[in-house]
Design a protein. Structure first.
Ligand code: TRP
Ligand code: ZN
Length: 890
C-alpha cells in the first residue's frame, strides 16, 4: 500500500543503469508458512555510465525490493551490518568498493499470503510467479528493470510429496533428494534476460508432451503442465503451439532457441498469460479447451494467446524493452503478429471484423477518457495500469499501418534487420522504426507521431465529381481531439486504402492526376496534411468510394453516405471487411434514429431498409457463414454508447431491443431455415474447432438468438433440444444466453440449475455460468449479481471469477449497471475498495467503467464522480487504484 505521495516516472528521465548483473544465482526453499530466497548477483559497473563519473567514487548501488524480510547480506563474502546499508520500503542501498563485486542476500517472503498475484504466490496448491512488470522486486533485492539483462541459474527445493514438479526457465541441469522428504532441481537459462521474464513453478502437475522439429532440424520438447483433472483439455493448446512455431518460421524466419518449451496452466492469474523464457505461465482460461467445456470463442482465444506468448520469444525476449515506456515495442508488435497468425489459421475477414469492433468500442473509449495515453506514454505512476488496449490493440494497429505502407516484403526486411541488429538487447520503439526505415529506404519521421500523440484522430472525407472532365476528387480533413496533457496535435500520416465502385459494383481503375496510367483497383493513399485532396482522372461515371478498406487506420472517419449507398456497399463491395462496415454504419444511423424517437417519447419505428439489407445478407449463399453472422449482429450497446454524444443507456437498450425484435419478426422464416439446417448438421457431426464449423455454429446461434425473441413454442422446443442434445459447450452456452434473457422463467431456472449441477466442479465453465447471468438485461440485475456472489463457486480472490461476475455486470449489462439510482456505481465502488486491499491490479482494471463518466447525463455524471471520490477517500490506496481514480477526477 502507498504510504507517501506516489511518484510520477517520466520517460525523459531515463538513465542507463550504473551497474550490470552478469550472473544471477537463485535458490528457493519453499515451505508452507514462508519461502527463503538466496540470491547471488555477480555484478560490475556499467561501462556505458562509468565515463560520466570517471573521476568520482563508485556510485551507490540501489537495489529494488518490496515486502522482503532481509535475513542476511554479503558484499564479496563480507557480511554487512545494519550500518553498512540503507533499507526502506522499496530499496536496499549499499556502497560497492570495486568495479566488480558479488552481492549475496537472503530474504524471507510469504507467497502463501500473497493475494496480489504478483511476485511468487500460490494458486491453489501450486507455487507460481508473475514478474512482469515489476514483480521480481517482491522476490528478492535486484535491479528490477528490463535493461538489466542477466544469465540466471535457479535452484528450487520443496517437499517431494506436495511438489513433485519443480520448474524454472531454461534447461534442467541437476536434481536430487535432500533429507526428510525434500527434493530439489536446478535450471539454467543460457540466454540473458531481464528479471521480468523469470519464472518458477512447483506443484503436483501432470503434463502432456509432444515435440517440434525446427527448420534447422533441432527437436524441441513441448510440455503443457496442468492440474491432473485437466489433462484431457490440453490438446488444442498443443496443436496451437505447434502451428505457431511453424508459422513464425515461415512468416518471420524465426526459430525457437531452447531444447524445451513449457506452458503451465494456473487458476489464479491477473491477465491472460505470460511469456517467461521457456516457461510460459498461463491463466487456465487461456490454455484449457475441449468441446464439452469450452466454446468456439474460447478455443480461438486459446489459439491466439498460445501464439502470442510463443511469438514473444523473439518479439520481447530475444529483443526486449529498454524501459517500460517502450512496452508497445513488444506488445503492439506481438499482437500484430498473433492477429496475422489467427487470420492465416481462420477467416482473415472475420478476424479483422472482430478486432476492429473491439478496438472501436473499447480502445476508442479509453482514448477519449481521462487515462488516454499514446502508445509510448511520457509518464506513469503505476506501470501495471499501462497494460492497456491502447498499448496492445492500438499498438498493433500502428504496426499494421507500417505493414500497409511498406508492404509485406518490406515489413519482413525490416523485421529481419530489427532482430539481427538488436538480438540480445533492450531497445526502444525508435530502434524498431529505424530498422523499418533503413530496410526500406523510407522516412517515417512524421509517421512516428502515432507513437507520441494520444487520442483517436478524426478523418472527414468529402467528394466532388466533375462529369464533363471525368474527374473525381476526394478531400480528407484530419483532426485529433485534445487529451490530458496534449491540447494541440500535429497531423498524422493516415494510410487510406480505397477503391471506387461504379454501376453494379464494377471496380474503376485508379489513376491519380499526373500519373501515366491507372495502377490497380485498390490502392493506399497517404494522408499527411490537415487537409488534402486527391484527384482521380478517367472516371466516366460517378463512383461510390469504398474507404479505409480493412480499416487501414485507427481513426474515426466519416463520409456522407446515404442509407441506400451503404446498402449498395453491403452487397457489392469487393472488400469483405467494408461490406460488414457499411452494414454497421447503416445500423448505427438507423438505431440512432430509433434512440431519438425513444428519448422524445415518440413511437419507435425502424427504417425497413435495415430489414431489406439483412434479408439480402441471409439470402447471399456466397458469403462465408461467419460473415453472415457478423453482418447480422447489430452494433453492441457499448459501441452505441461510444458513438453517442451523450449516452442514454435506457434508450440505447430499448432501441436496440426494439430493432432486434422487429428484425426477428420480419425475417422469421429465413432465420428459422438457416437455424434448422445448421442445427441439423451440428447434431449429426461430432464437434470440431475448425474455421468452417465455427462459422456454421456462429450463424446457427445468432439465428437462434433472434428467433427466441418471437417466443414461439417451436423455438423454445428447439432451444431445449439444443441444450440437451449437443456434444459441445458452444451450443449449450448459446442456449443459456438466450434463456437468461427470455421471459420463460421456468425453462431458464431449470437450465441454469442443470448446468450448474453438471459443471459445478469445473471453474472455467462456472465462469461462463456467472457471466451469462451477470450480462442479462432483465430488471433486477444487481440483485441477481449480489446473490451470485454468495454462490459457493464464487470468490473475490480469483480474478477470473471477478471478471466473470462483477466485470461482466459493469461492462456488458449497461442498463442494469447504469440504473438511475446509482446502485450499480455504488456496488462497483464497493468491490473496488475491497479488491484494492487484496489485488490492486484487478481493482484498478475493474474501475474502468466509472472512469467513463463524461459520456453520461449530468445526474449520472455526478453519481459516478461521487463514487470515484468515495474510493479516493476510502483510506490507503494502492498506486494502481490511486492513479486511475485521481486522473479520472482531474
Ligand atoms: N506480457 C504479458 C502478455 O502480453 C502480459 C502480462 C501477463 C502482464 N501478466 C501480467 C502484465 C501481469 C502486467 C501484469 O502476454
Ligand atoms: Zn504480450
Amino acid at each position: 500500500m502507498r504510504t507517501d505521495q506516489p511518484k510520477v516516472i517520466h520517460l525523459k528521465d531515463y538513465k542507463a543503469p550504473d551497474y550490470l548483473i552478469d550472473e544471477t544465482h537463485l535458490t528457493f526453499e519453499l515451505h508452507e508458512d514462508h519461502t527463503m530466497v538466496h540470491t547471488q548477483l555477480v555484478m560490475r559497473r556499467n561501462p556505458e555510465r562509468a565515463g560520466e563519473s570517471a573521476d568520482v567514487a563508485l556510485p551507490p548501488l540501489m537495489l529494488d525490493g518490496q515486502e522482503l524480510e532481509l535475513v542476511s547480506l554479503f558484499l564479496d563474502d563480507i557480511e554487512l551490518t545494519r550500518t553498512d546499508f540503507v533499507l526502506d520500503d522499496s530499496h536496499l542501498t549499499l556502497q560497492p568498493t570495486a568495479e566488480r563485486f558479488v552481492v549475496d542476500s537472503s530474504v524471507r517472503i510469504h507467497p502463501e499470503l500473497n493475494t496480489a498475484l504478483e511476485g511468487l504466490y500460490k494458486s491453489g496448491k501450486m507455487f507460481c510467479t508473475q514478474c512482469e512488470a515489476e514483480g521480481f522486486r517482491k522476490i528478492t533485492y535486484y535491479l528490477d528493470r528490463p535493461d538489466v539483462m542477466s544469465r540466471f541459474t535457479t535452484t528450487v527445493s520443496g517437499e517431494q510429496e506436495r511438489y513433485p514438479v519443480l520448474l524454472s526457465n531454461g534447461n534442467p541441469i541437476a536434481s536430487g533428494t535432500d533429507e526428510s522428504g525434500r527434493h530439489w532441481a536446478t535450471w539454467e537459462d543460457p540466454f540473458k534476460k531481464p528479471a521480468y521474464l523469470f519464472a518458477l513453478v512447483a506443484g503436483d502437475l501432470w503434463c502432456v508432451e509432444d515435440s517440434f522439429t525446427t527448420m534447422s532440424g533441432r527437436s524441441v520438447a513441448l510440455r503443457i503442465y496442468v492440474d491432473p483433472e485437466n489433462i484431457d483439455k490440453c490438446q488444442h493448446a498443443m496443436d496451437s503451439l505447434k502451428k505457431s512455431m511453424k508459422w513464425d518460421e515461415e512468416v518471420y524466419g524465426r526459430e525457437y532457441d531452447l531444447d524445451i518449451f513449457m506452458i503451465v496452466a494456473v487458476n489464479d492469474f491477473n491477465m491472460g498469460a505470460m511469456e517467461n523464457k521457456g516457461l510460459n505461465i498461463f491463466n487456465s482460461s487461456a490454455v484449457l479447451a475441449k468441446a464439452e467445456t469450452a466454446t468456439d470463442a474460447a478455443h480461438q482465444r486459446v489459439e491466439a494467446i498460445v501464439a502470442h506468448e510463443y511469438f514473444h520469444n523473439w518479439s520481447g525476449n530475444r529483443v526486449t524493452c529498454r524501459d517500460w515506456f517502450q512496452l508497445s515495442l513488444k506488445e503492439g508488435f506481438t499482437v500484430f503478429r498473433d492477429a496475422e497468425f489467427s487470420a492465416d489459421m481462420n477467416s482473415r475477414t472475420v478476424k479483422r471484423i472482430e478486432d476492429v469492433a473491439y478496438l472501436r468500442t473499447h480502445q476508442f473509449a479509453e482514448d477519449a477518457g481521462p487515462m488516454a495515453h499514446s502508445i509510448r506514454p511520457d509518464s506513469f505512476i503505476e506501470i501495471s495500469n499501462f497494460y492497456t488496449l491502447t498499448i496492445y490493440e492500438k499498438g498493433s494497429e500502428v504496426l499494421r499501418m507500417i505493414h500497409t505502407l511498406v508492404g509485406a516484403e518490406g515489413f519482413r526486411r525490416g523485421s529481419d534487420l530489427y532482430f539481427d541488429r538488436h538480438d540480445g538487447q533492450a531497445v526502444t520503439c525508435d530502434d524498431f522504426v529505424k530498422a523499418m526505415e533503413d530496410a526500406n529506404g523510407v522516412d517515417l519521421t512524421q509517421f512516428k507521431r502515432w507513437y507520441s500523440q494520444a487520442g483517436t484522430p478524426r478523418l472527414d472525407i468529402s467528394e466532388q465529381y466533375d462529369e464533363a472532365a471525368a474527374r473525381y476528387a476526394l478531400t480528407f480533413r484530419q483532426s485529433c481531439p485534445p487529451t490530458p496533457g496534449q491540447a494541440e496535435k500535429l497531423p498524422f500520416v493516415i494510410p487510406v486504402e480505397l477503391g471506387l465502385l461504379g454501376a453494379g459494383g464494377r471496380e474503376i481503375p485508379l489513376r491519380l492526376e499526373g500519373e501515366d496510367s491507372a495502377s490497380g483497383l485498390n490502392r493506399v493513399l497517404s494522408v499527411t496534411d490537415p487537409e488534402q485532396t486527391f484527384v482521380f482522372v478517367d472516371v466516366t461515371e460517378k463512383p461510390l468510394p469504398s474507404l479505409l478498406r480493412g480499416f487501414s487506420a485507427p481513426v474515426k472517419w466519416s463520409f456522407p453516405y446515404t442509407r441506400d449507398q451503404l446498402m449498395f456497399l453491403m452487397q457489392h463491395d469487393t472488400d469483405g471487411f467494408n461490406r460488414w462496415d457499411a452494414g454497421q454504419q447503416l445500423s448505427v444511423q438507423v438505431l440512432q434514429g430509433v434512440i431519438d424517437q425513444h428519448q422524445q417519447g415518440a413511437v419507435m419505428q425502424l427504417d425497413t431498409r435495415l430489414v431489406d439489407a439483412f434479408a439480402h445478407v441471409l439470402a447471399d449463399t456466397s458469403l462465408d457463414q461467419a460473415m453472415v453472422a457478423e453482418m447480422l449482429s447489430l452494433p453492441s450497446e457499448a459501441y452505441l454508447t461510444e458513438v453517442a454524444q451523450v449516452a442514454d443507456p435506457d434508450a440505447i437498450h430499448a432501441a436496440r431491443e426494439y430493432a432486434r425484435r422487429f428484425l426477428a419478426g420480419a425475417l422469421f422464416d429465413v432465420l428459422w431455415k438457416r437455424y434448422a439446417e445448421n442445427r441439423a448438421i451440428s447434431k449429426a457431426t461430432p464437434y470440431r474447432a475448425e474455421a468452417n464449423e465455427i462459422a456454421r455454429r456462429s450463424l446457427q446461434n445468432i439465428a437462434l438468438s433472434y428467433l427466441m425473441l418471437e417466443g414461439q413454442e417451436q423455438v423454445v422446443a428447439a432451444c431445449l433440444d439444443q441444450f440437451d442434445d449437443s456434444d459441445n459447450m458452444t451450443e449449450k452456452l448459446s442456449v443459456m444466453a438466450v434463456l437468461v434473457n427470455s421471459p420463460f422463467e421456468e425453462a431458464r431456472a431449470d437450465a441454469l440449475r442443470r448446468f450448474a449441477d453438471t459443471f459445478k466442479d469445473n471453474p472455467l465453465v462456472m465462469d461462463q455460468w456467472f457471466s451469462v447471468q451477470a450480462g442479462s438485461p432483465l430488471p433486477g440485475g444487481l440483485d441477481r449479481v449480489k446473490a451470485l456472489m454468495e454462490h459457493p463457486a464464487f470468490t473475490v480472490k480469483n480474478p477470473n471469477k471477478v471478471r466473470a461476475l462483477i466485470g461482466a455486470f459493469a461492462n456488458q449489462n449497461l442498463v442494469n449497471f447504469h440504473q438511475k439510482d446509482g446502485s450499480g456505481y455504488r456496488f462497483l465502488a464497493d468491490q473496488v475498495i475491497t479488491l484494492n486491499a487484496l489485488n490492486p491490479q484487478i481493482a484498478s482494471r475493474l474501475l474502468a467503467p466509472l472512469t467513463r463518466w463524461r459520456k453520461y447525463d449530468d445526474a449520472r455524471q455526478s453519481l459516478m464522480r461521487g463514487e470515484l471520490e468515495r474510493i479516493l477517500a476510502s483510506g490507503s490506496l494502492s498506486s494502481d487504484v490511486y492513479e486511475v481514480v485521481s486522473k479520472s477526477l482531474a
